[in-house]
Ligand binder design. Structure first.
Ligand code: HEC
Ligand code: HEC
Ligand code: HEC
Ligand code: HEC
Length: 187
């Protein structure tokens, strides 16, 4: 077969059929990947590997699972950047956890979490700093610009002072707010 044949419509199938099949494959592929991304964003998915960890109970006991508004914040709403590109990048990084899951001795036990909490918490914070706490800001938007009357004076003063700084010198939410969903280890 010469290279020219690659560009010639197949004899057996019309060009129209080939294009139609191509579009169908593309559409199916798009929906499958959307479904996979969606399925891998639920709390249930996260808890398949973390099933023996107290993480979900901690969220339910915190202000992010037990509040007047009755909102239970999902794992991914805090942990995975929502912007499409960052979202994909984080997903690809999380997929490395499959390897960790298979190779880290005793990973899915509460003892492992207790023993490694500080290190894991700091890894989570590195990521949140990298995205400038964008996940927090998705819900707590304009926290600096519109300080509600009800907000404590102390909080208002800290937020105003931080916001007045040059953007490059500003602290990010998680620099001041640790342990908003899980107990942040001391020391
Ligand atoms: C395939 C199993 C698996 C799944 C599914 C999984 N994790 Fe993990 N997770 C791990 C492993 C293993 C580690 C420890 C990684 C290490 O230290 O190398 C970890 C660590 C973490 C950490 C702390 C370390 C870091 O890099 O931030 C966070 C936060 C985390 N997972 C959140 C989640 C969330 C949120 C989900 C659901 C979107 C999730 N995990 C789904 C296996 C998994
Ligand atoms: C899905 C929305 C959502 C996300 C994402 C979210 N929060 Fe919240 N946050 C809430 C709700 C709802 C409350 C409870 C408000 C109430 O009790 O009136 C709350 C309460 C708080 C409070 C006050 C109570 C406390 O625990 O001190 C702080 C501080 C806070 N969030 C910081 C954060 C930070 C930091 C992040 C990112 C790591 C974050 N939030 C992510 C919705 C969210
Ligand atoms: C320079 C430190 C600092 C930074 C940065 C900061 N906060 Fe705060 N924030 C505070 C302090 C201090 C309080 C009051 C302490 C408390 O009540 O827990 C507070 C209180 C809050 C509260 C509770 C307010 C209430 O109703 O009483 C929320 C929600 C909150 N911060 C969200 C955020 C978010 C979102 C960000 C990032 C955009 C952020 N904060 C950045 C220091 C900070
Ligand atoms: C309100 C935001 C928020 C929610 C909801 C949330 N996390 Fe976290 N998570 C954090 C932050 C912030 C840290 C970094 C350490 C800290 O400040 O406590 C963290 C740390 C972690 C760690 C590292 C170990 C530790 O305890 O610090 C793991 C693992 C983790 N989260 C998994 C989960 C899983 C699984 C869910 C859902 C059941 C979840 N998180 C829900 C904000 C959240």
């Amino acid at each position: 077969m010469s290279w020219r044949n690659l560009f010639k419509p197949s004899v057996k199938y019309s060009l129209f059929t080939l294009v139609a099949v191509g579009i169908a494959i593309g559409v199916v592929g798009y929906f499958v990947s959307q479904q996979v991304l969606h399925a891998t964003s639920t709390d249930e998915f996260c808890m398949t590997c973390h099933s023996n960890h107290s993480l979900k109970d901690e969220v339910l006991a915190s202000s992010h699972g037990n509040n007047r508004a009755g909102i239970v914040v999902e794992c991914q709403q805090c942990h995975i950047a929502q912007e499409p590109f960052n979202y994909l990048v984080k997903k690809i990084i999380v997929s490395k956890d499959i390897w960790g899951y298979l190779t880290i001795d005793g990973f899915n036990t509460q003892e492992w979490l207790d023993a490694n909490r500080k290190e894991q918490a700091d890894l989570a914070l590195v990521y949140l700093r990298k995205i400038d706490s964008s996940t927090c800001r998705n819900c707590h938007n304009h926290v600096y610009e519109d300080q509600p009357e009800a907000m404590k004076t102390m909080a208002r003063r800290m937020h105003e002072r931080n916001f007045a700084k040059d953007p490059a010198d500003r602290k990010t939410c998680v620099d001041c707010h640790k342990g908003v969903a899980h107990p942040y280890p001391k020391g």
